[in-house]
Design a protein around this ligand. Structure first.
Ligand code: NAD
Length: 460
């Protein structure tokens, strides 16, 4: 965990070594208020910057991120314990998202609507200051999915990284300035959720809050936003199903299943943490899954061969462990972890007794996957949907009709047939049910950072 030093300074911990990872200043409410006011003033200018120039600045920002991918990735390895290969992908994702939305300022257009007596047109107006609240599991991508479209649409941004993982966000803030974004257009404010994050929710000059995190805090934000009728996007938890039919390429489904849940040590809202296997092939599937799980390379995240790093903190490790050791789960098999310091937990496959078990129902947010059988297509869909969450999921089958029927039947925002892909910068991402609402990425995200204004010009 972080240790609070004097003057709002906090010491960060490298989760792979338990050694200091750096120090950071946590903002106070007064500092958050000052940053929001400055962002509000900056908005008056930023909204008037010519669309082509706004696009150019975002491309310059993307180019600087590209030039610093290695530095950002190394910083993330130190602060978050992500395997170096993953961290490079994460930094590259910020670059790609910035490039994608850099085209938006010149393409955000309204409509001309036929009416009597004059000309009616709509404008897509920016909202003002947007507050972005980011969790610790993917500090760079989740930040970029918020700030890139928000800035492209003409808003200014105040961004609060998670307490445990602020280092890469701070560096991105510096790169934005270096790229030429005007002062106070994009401000990174590390701090505590109930202090800085909560201030984003209550401050009247913050016009929208984009929150990614737990359902519990998402609910608090939704309640708090009601007073000022603040716009919100909520990207919350998940308990995604990986449905494997007997007619699928079973070997491929088993080979890829570990990556779909143990990536980022299972601290992934899209983790396919419930595997549903057609009953007749369950034993065969488990036989194929076992070597794939044992082969996951859980080693020093600085090692190029690392596939899974440690958990973010000892508290997280204890929470994960409580699902398995605490509940005396039937562990089918598990991988290994390095000896010595670090918040390690092995990739673990459990066989719950029923769908009522806590490990099947709750988000573990660690490298634990549960496997249960289903009888037929209807049972698979019913079991997949028997969850408060609806973020992501996979369907493995060679039957096209079944793939279509099941993908229409499963209540989730992002499904993938015969693969485990969830996120592409050009396609919408977000949840059903308690996984939240609103969509990030793709063309739809821009709408959530603008208001439609309708203006009628009379002929007379
Ligand atoms: P969290 O809800 O504890 O914290 C998330 C962020 O909210 C942090 O920056 C925290 O400081 C801030 N926060 C805490 N209390 C606050 C308050 N009262 N007001 C305003 N802000 C506050 O979540 P976490 O533990 O950091 O992240 C894990 C959760 O995030 C998991 O449930 C995971 O599924 C979810 N997640 C969802 C997505 C998605 O896109 N759907 C992506 C990543 C993570």
């Amino acid at each position: 965990m972080t240790a609070v030093l004097t003057g709002g300074r906090v010491e960060l911990v490298n989760p792979a070594t338990e050694q200091p990872a750096g120090e950071v200043h946590f903002a106070s409410v007064a500092e958050a208020d000052e940053a929001i006011l400055r962002a509000h003033r900056a908005f008056e200018h930023w909204r008037t910057v010519a669309p082509a120039d706004r696009g150019r600045l975002l491309r310059a920002f993307a180019a600087l991120v590209d030039a610093h991918v290695e530095e950002l990735a190394q910083l993330e390895v130190r602060n978050s314990g992500h395997p170096i290969g993953n961290a490079r992908w994460e930094a590259g994702n910020v670059r790609d998202v910035l490039n994608y939305y850099s085209a938006a300022p010149e393409r955000l257009s309204g409509r001309q609507i036929p009416v009597a007596g004059g000309l009616d047109v709509t404008f897509s107006e920016p909202l003002g200051v947007v507050g972005i609240i980011v969790p610790w599991n993917f500090p760079m991508p989740v930040a970029g999915w918020g700030f890139a479209p928000a800035l492209a649409a003409g808003n200014t941004v105040v961004l609060k990284p998670a307490e445990l993982t602020p280092l890469t966000a701070l560096r991105l803030g510096e790169l934005a300035l270096e790229a030429g974004l005007p002062e106070d257009v994009f401000t990174v404010l590390p701090g505590e959720g109930p202090v800085v994050g909560q201030r984003f929710v209550t401050h009247e000059l913050v016009r929208k809050v984009c929150f990614t995190g737990s359902v519990r805090v998402g609910q608090q934000i939704m309640r708090g936003a009601a007073d000022s009728m603040k716009r919100i996007t909520l990207e919350l938890g998940g308990k995604s199903a990986n449905i494997v039919f007997a007619d699928s390429d079973l070997a491929e489904a088993a080979r890829t299943a570990p990556g779909s849940v143990f990536d980022n040590a299972g601290q992934d809202c899209c983790a396919r943490s419930r595997i549903l296997v057609e009953a007749g092939v369950l034993d065969r599937f488990l036989e194929l899954l076992e070597p794939a799980v044992r082969d996951v390379r859980v080693i020093d995240p600085r090692d190029e061969a690392s596939e899974m790093g440690p958990l973010i903190s000892d508290a997280r490790r204890q929470a994960v462990s409580s699902f398995v050791e605490g509940d005396s789960m039937d562990v089918a098999f598990r991988g290994s972890v390095p000896d010595g310091a670090g918040f390690w937990y092995p990739p673990t496959v459990v066989l719950p007794k029923s769908t009522a078990d806590r490990v099947w129902r709750d988000e573990v947010f660690g490298p634990v996957v549960s496997v249960l059988p289903f009888t037929d297509e209807a049972d698979a869909v019913a079991k997949a949907n028997d969850s408060q969450y609806g973020l992501s999921g996979s369907i493995w089958t060679r039957n096209l009709g079944r793939a279509l029927r099941v993908s229409r039947g499963v209540e989730a925002g992002n499904l993938s047939v015969n693969s485990h892909s969830s996120v592409r910068y050009s396609t919408p991402f977000g949840g059903f049910k308690q996984s939240g609402f609103g969509r990030e990425l793709g063309p739809d995200a821009l709408d959530s950072f603008t208001e439609i204004k309708n203006v009628f010009f009379s002929h007379d």
